[in-house]
Design a protein around this ligand. Structure first.
Ligand code: ATP
Length: 270
């Protein structure tokens, strides 16, 4: 059962060129995560401590996991992912133990990048709602803080986390020495949407009439995950029409379908 809550990827297959937009964000993550692993002497020479934990926040489906995997690959580190919400909802009573095991695994497999997805599930502000889960969630959070405090900033284990509810996080998590580098991963703008559409349609046969800039414009407020779904749906539409290539009209129909199924992420959610 533990295998599922912790996902170990010895060599993630995501490269930076599979990520559309987010250039500055990627550079920031590389400075905080990759260079301390691959060029520790720079930090030593200049005499600064690299940040200990890196928190990525923004709407779901915008590429947080992709970035973490690409950075792990680039750093030749293994990638260990744990889902905060699965930890809390599926492994009741085991949270603190699993956090301990997560860090044991990371030490065994170092260099490693530990990625805690949906960290808000274990690191939300204390609510005092008296539910039976909350004391257990508190213990899980305390274990995570203790594990982080037990690390040097320069070790070959880097800790990343992601959330779309940064407003809900317990301030204890954001203190210096914890998740002290916070990077927003926003929705893609029109230009980034074109790049993402290109990435996800690269292997598709497109009609010459397809204009991805127009598709990106028509798609409007969407996530990378929505744009991936739009490409896939457009391909399905072309198959259904028995066409040789995917046409602009397929993309337009796909936008309608995907946007109906996944309403635009609400900016207030994070
Ligand atoms: P969540 O918070 O739901 O875990 P996330 O931000 O981690 O979301 P990812 O898992 O990285 O999102 O993205 C989901 C999928 O959407 C990716 O596997 C990828 O196919 C696509 N995607 C998202 N953002 C991008 C992007 N910037 N460029 C290319 N593809 C993207």
């Amino acid at each position: 059962a533990r295998v599922r809550v912790m996902e170990l990827d010895e060599q993630p297959n995501v490269t930076f060129d599979q990520i559309g937009g987010l250039r500055e964000e990627i550079e920031e993550v590389r400075e905080a995560v990759e260079y301390p692993l691959t060029k520790p002497e720079i930090y030593k020479r200049i005499g600064v401590e690299p940040p200990k934990g890196i928190l990525l926040y923004g709407p779901p489906g915008t590429g947080k996991t992709l970035i973490a995997k690409a950075v792990a690959r680039q750093s030749r580190a293994c990638f260990i992912r744990m889902s905060g919400s699965e930890l809390v909802h599926k492994y009741i009573g085991e949270g603190a133990q699993l956090v301990r095991e997560l860090f044991t695994l990371a030490r065994e497999r170092a260099p490693a990048i530990v990625f805690i997805d949906e960290i808000d599930a274990i690191g939300s502000m204390r609510t005092n709602d008296g539910t039976s889960g909350s004391a257990e969630v508190q213990r899980t959070l305390m274990q995570l803080l203790a594990e982080m405090d037990g690390f040097g900033n320069r070790g070959n284990i880097r800790i990343m986390a992601a959330t779309n509810r940064i407003d809900m996080l317990d301030p204890a998590l954001l203190r210096p020495g914890r998740f002290d580098r916070i990077i927003e991963i926003p929705l893609p703008d029109a230009e980034a949407r074109i790049e993402i559409l290109k990435i996800h349609s690269a292997k598709m046969t497109l009609s010459r009439k397809v204009d991805l800039a127009v598709v990106a414009e028509l798609a409007g407020k969407t996530t990378g995950a929505d744009l991936q779904a739009i490409c896939r749906e457009a391909g399905m539409m072309a198959i259904r029409r028995n066409a040789d290539a995917v046409g602009q009209e397929d993309f337009i129909a796909a936008i309608r379908k995907v946007k109906r199924e996944a309403p635009a992420p609400d900016a207030r959610m994070y």
